[in-house]
Design a protein around this ligand. Structure first.
Ligand SMILES: [Zn+2]
Length: 129
């Protein structure tokens, strides 16, 4: 059994997360069985892994944060695809605005942080037009 210490947004601390397959965290999604997830044994929230690896995509989100991250991607991805700004530069802008060292959507820990990122994304989107 593989256990990894990962920050859990619900438990608000590093937890021992268990490496599980998709069928453990998603019912009726046999297509996800080949994917790896880390699950917090206390609150049962989970985070996916980079495809084909046992490296988590970020910290373990609550359902609310997971949803917020989806909104962030839905906002940011088209901006990046539009070619107005490079990912590295966009993430640097967000990091500076948040006052953190290195932003990554998967590492957002609170819903407030997600909202802040979304606001910054909106601002950049406006400038991209
Ligand atoms: Zn937890």
């Amino acid at each position: 059994m593989t256990i990894k210490s990962i920050y859990c947004c619900q438990c608000k601390e590093n937890v021992n997360a268990k490496l599980v397959k998709g069928n453990v965290v998603y019912q009726n999604r046999p297509d996800l069985d080949c994917l790896n997830f880390y699950q917090c044994e206390r609150c049962k929230n989970f985070v996916g892994c980079h495809k084909g690896t046992e490296n988590p995509l970020g910290c373990i989100p609550t359902k609310e944060i997971k949803n917020a991250r989806k909104f962030i991607h839905a906002l940011i991805d088209p901006i990046l695809q539009g070619g107005f700004i490079k990912r590295k530069k966009l993430y640097k802008l967000i990091s500076e605005n948040l006052g953190i060292k290195q932003y990554h959507t998967g590492w957002t820990r609170t819903i407030e942080e997600c909202r802040e990122v979304y606001k910054i994304g909106l601002k950049i989107k406006k400038e991209a037009k």
